[in-house]
Structure formats: structure tokens, C-alpha cells
Design a protein around this ligand. Structure first.
Ligand code: AMP
Length: 183
């Protein structure tokens, strides 16, 4: 089973849900930059205060800020990991690649969760997080298409990308995911 993975895909595709389950099953570190940023906002830390308004608009917080979070966690962790919601643009992907070189680690696979916009929007509206209202959702989907989707070709050209149909039940998606991860 692959041990160092990225989960890529639009908001609402179920990255967090699947990443949590897989990490628990395989004993991997689940690193969600969105969860970590929300915890900083909740704690009212300087980092959280800087990120809060940007997140509320559905835009990306600064690369430096996110990278500092990821670097700190990966440097302390020797085992397998699953990155969920990071990288979100090409410059984050390049920064991750240099960080991994310095840690003597490699990305072993990138899972792209694919789902139609209409289903994504339904799922996000049903979830009801603070940044899950119609206007912010539209912005997050646009940010995904403009800034994050170019990572698909980036990882495809490195032979790392696997596409996962992210429709249907949590269990059905989990089963399809497991079959993609066999070495
Ligand atoms: P998520 O939980 O992954 O949907 O992320 C929620 C929000 O956190 C995003 O809309 C961004 O504002 C911010 N965020 C999460 N991950 C990143 C990242 N890698 N780079 C920049 N902003 C991020």
C-alpha cells in the first residue's frame, strides 16, 4: 500500500472524509491544511487572525503561512502521510517538492477525486460550514479551477495521478479508493 499520498479535488468531493478513514485504517498522518487553519482561527492565534477573513471569502491564504504549517508537521513525522487540501497551487507544489527532497521523502501517489459541480454544490450546502454559502461556494469552485486544477496536469506528467469517481456512498468510494492504492 502506498504510504505518502496527496488528495486533490474540488471542495465537496469528500477529500476530508476519505482521507480520515484511510489514515485511520493505515496508520498514516492525516494532514488537512483546512482543518489546521480552522483550529488556528478557533484559537484566535495571530496565524488564525491573518487567515480568517481570507477563508471566509473562499480565497487561498498565503503560501508562506500554509507552508510553515505543513513543514512543521512533516519535519516531526517520519512515517506515512496523507495531505488533504495541500498543495492548492503550483507554487505550493514546488515548495512541497523541495521540502520532501530535504526530508529524503517522495510523493508515492496523487488521488484526484472527481465529481460534477451540481453534486459538489449540493453536498457543500448540506454540510453547512461557515464558508459553505452559495456565494462563497461559487468563489471556492472558481479558485479551484483557476489555481488548483493545473496541478492535475503537473502530477499526471510525473506519472503519479490516479482518478477516483467520487460519487455514491462513502463506502463505495472507499472501496474504489482502496483498489487504486495497491502497489
Ligand atoms: P478546506 O477545508 O480544504 O476546504 O479549506 C478551507 C479554506 O482554508 C480554503 O478555502 C482556504 O481559504 C484555506 N486553505 C486550506 N488549505 C489551503 C492551502 N493549501 N492553501 C491556501 N489556503 C488554504
Amino acid at each position: 500500500m502506498k504510504q505518502r499520498l496527496l488528495f486533490l479535488g474540488p471542495p465537496g468531493a469528500g477529500k476530508g472524509t476519505q482521507a480520515l478513514r484511510l489514515a485511520a485504517r493505515e496508520g498514516l498522518l492525516h494532514l488537512s491544511t483546512g482543518d489546521l487553519l480552522r483550529a488556528e482561527v478557533q484559537a484566535g492565534s495571530p496565524l488564525g487572525q491573518e487567515a480568517e477573513a481570507v477563508m471566509a471569502r473562499g480565497e487561498l491564504v498565503s503560501d508562506d503561512l500554509v507552508l510553515a504549517i505543513v513543514r512543521g508537521r512533516l519535519e516531526q513525522h517520519g512515517g506515512g502521510w496523507l495531505l488533504d487540501g495541500f498543495p492548492r497551487n503550483l507554487s505550493q507544489a514546488e515548495a512541497l517538492e523541495s521540502l520532501l527532497v530535504s526530508l529524503n521523502q517522495q510523493i508515492e501517489g496523487v488521488i484526484l477525486l472527481e465529481l460534477d459541480d451540481s453534486v459538489l454544490i449540493q453536498r457543500l450546502l448540506a454540510r453547512g460550514r461557515a464558508d459553505d454559502n452559495a456565494e462563497v461556494i461559487a468563489n471556492r469552485l472558481q479558485v479551484y479551477r483557476e489555481q488548483t486544477a493545473p496541478l492535475i496536469a503537473h502530477y499526471e506528467s510525473q506519472g503519479l495521478l490516479s482518478r477516483l469517481d467520487a460519487g455514491g456512498s462513502i463506502e463505495a468510494i472507499e472501496e474504489r479508493l482502496a483498489s487504486l492504492l495497491v502497489d
